[in-house]
Design a protein around this ligand. Structure first.
Ligand code: CU
Length: 284
């Protein structure tokens, strides 16, 4: 299996086959190649075991089938110690290799010790996302899906802007229940938990628009809790920060606000728009 993983890491990224239909591309972020390798390597290891087991089953069925003139049962073998040791040791070794790569990649991917270039604070709420950009001190309110279930128009799904090639630290929080921040093309997700601050870092490597979803069943309109990630050039990123500033979205939306506090225009809770005033101090 070890050589397989090494060989696979050299597989081309052009066709979907070497990636076994994972979303995005192998170089979408600085992490996607590792995740692709362990996904494809695990499948190849599983297929190799599967083919061996199916082959042995079919061979036994054919070679040891009941023949004309056979009477009674064949000789019964019990307590074949070498065989039992073999089928205990080999699976342990296979699990050991999978565990080694999973643990190693996981600790590399979850490492937040590097100094990020940009922070993005994403706060999940039923049923949208509020976005703070602490470095530029601006924010964006996600449009909450209306309670009649009308989906938010595509144009109003919140957009999270990221500068390409820069190390981004996501700071994930929640206003009400557990949500989960998932950008399928990044091959990574992490939960937004009330009262907890989760972080991960990623370097987006390709400009483009990537769909994002909530991936923790969080209530009635969970499926409408959508967002886009726009990976853009540094100048476009700066322009977006300036645009938010020009709109008056200056300050940070505290994680302690309720979901109705951040409903644009007050929504179902009229009179709460004043809580959109910037929170004092850091929200970290
Ligand atoms: Cu959710």
């Amino acid at each position: 299996m070890l050589p397989l993983l090494v060989v696979l890491s050299g597989c081309g990224a052009d066709s979907p086959w070497p990636r076994l239909w994972l979303p995005g591309e192998t170089d979408t972020t600085n992490q996607t190649e590792k995740i692709t390798n362990i996904w494809v390597g695990s499948w190849i290891a599983a297929m190799a075991v599967g083919v061996l087991v199916w082959g042995l089953i079919i061979w036994c069925v054919i070679a040891y089938r009941r023949r004309r003139g056979d009477t009674g049962l064949p000789d019964q073998i019990r307590y074949h110690i070498p065989l039992e040791i073999m089928y205990t040791i080999i699976p342990l070794m296979m699990i050991g290799v999978l565990f080694y790569y999973t643990a190693q990649y996981q600790s590399e991917i979850n490492d937040t010790s590097a100094t990020p270039d940009v922070h993005v604070n994403v706060i999940g709420k039923q049923w949208s996302w509020d976005i703070n950009y602490p470095d530029a001190d601006v924010y964006e309110v996600g449009l909450q899906t209306e309670l009649d279930g009308t989906p938010a128009p595509e144009a109003e799904i919140p957009n999270i802007y990221l500068p390409v090639g820069k190390r981004v630290e996501f700071i994930l929080q929640a206003r009400d229940v557990i949500h989960s921040f998932w950008v399928p093309a990044f091959l990574y997700k992490m939960d937004n938990i009330p009262g907890v601050t989760n972080r991960f870092q990623v370097v987006p490597q390709k400009e483009g628009t990537y769909i994002g979803k909530c991936t923790e069943l969080c209530g009635e309109y969970h499926s409408e809790m959508l967002f886009n990630v726009k990976v853009v050039s540094q100048s476009e990123f700066d322009a977006h920060m300036a645009e938010l500033k020009a709109k008056g979205n200056v300050g940070q939306l505290e994680s302690g606000l309720s979901r109705s506090d951040t409903r644009p225009g007050g929504g179902a809770v009229p009179g709460n728009t004043q809580t959109l005033e910037p929170a004092s101090g850091s929200n970290e």
